[in-house]
Design a protein around this ligand. Sequence first.
Ligand SMILES: [Fe+2]
Ligand SMILES: [Fe+2]
Length: 135
Amino acid sequence: MTTLTWSHACSVGVRAMDDQHGILMDTLNELRTAVVSGQGREQLSELLDRLIEFTRMHYCGEERLLEENGFPGLAQHRAAHQRLLAQMLEAAHRLQYGEGVEMGSLLELLRDGYVEHTEGSDQEYGPWLNERGVY
Ligand SMILES: [Fe+2]
Ligand SMILES: [Fe+2]
């Protein structure tokens, strides 16, 4: 996995969400660096837990914002968050209990989940929020 970098495709047009996505991206990159530099399972587990905690906070905040602004795709969006979170928790569990985790593919999974969601589903709410004065 290569380092993730910020581009226009990443912006959803809402500052608070862009900031949080940036933090998620930084944490993913940190995890990647830890893997590449050969950190042990314990350190990797801690970093992954931090990523999961922040992801949870971000999803909550994002869903609240969508709810407050009556976004019609909320239920679907929430379900996508739950799926991604379940996937991350499953990976964390495997890593913690050392069930033959291949870190390269774990990173790919996390990165793809992040990129596809942020550059896909998250883009859909930007215009809706902007039209309601949320930037
Ligand atoms: Fe998001
Ligand atoms: Fe989202």
